[in-house]
Write a protein of this length. Sequence first.
Length: 195
Amino acid sequence: MPRRPRPHQLEDLSRNKLHAAFESVGWTVEDLSKDYGEDLLIRLFEAEIATPYAFFVQAKATDNIERYRSAESGRIRFQVETGHVRHWIRFSEPVFLTLYDSKSDKTYWVCIQSALPERQLSDEEYRRKSVTIDIPEINLLDSDGLLRMQGITKLRFDRIEREREGARILIEILAERFKFQVDHYSPLHCCPAIS
């Protein structure tokens, strides 16, 4: 007879909690069926109106949070595949790692890009299979946590908008002062085409 192992049960519990939390504030939750490291895509709505804000979630769950608690108080230390972390650091949208604890029925979270603030992984870290991410225990998926996740998402979006504006101004200066022509530019791609 087919069995339903505990990890599958935990995954469903975790996703159900995430759906309930995000949907309770009017956000949409899309389950990503092809798992490339991101489980959910969350789109933010304000007063039932769509916004340009979105973030990804990598959902994890455990029956034993104590095995991840750090000796340093207030931290949960969780291992994440190095390849995923290297990929997520480059995302313009935030990627939140969530960890659901079935015993306390609490979900903890951290923004990967904030946990590893825009740095390159060291050569030693690249060679490891996984990287340790610290999740502050104060980061609970509750009403305050949802507001903080929304704030992080907006700040990342605003930063990209400021970078786009800075690039536009720089392109204008290059054209005016140096007769340099940039044919097209996208801040999400590597290099502008210069003629």
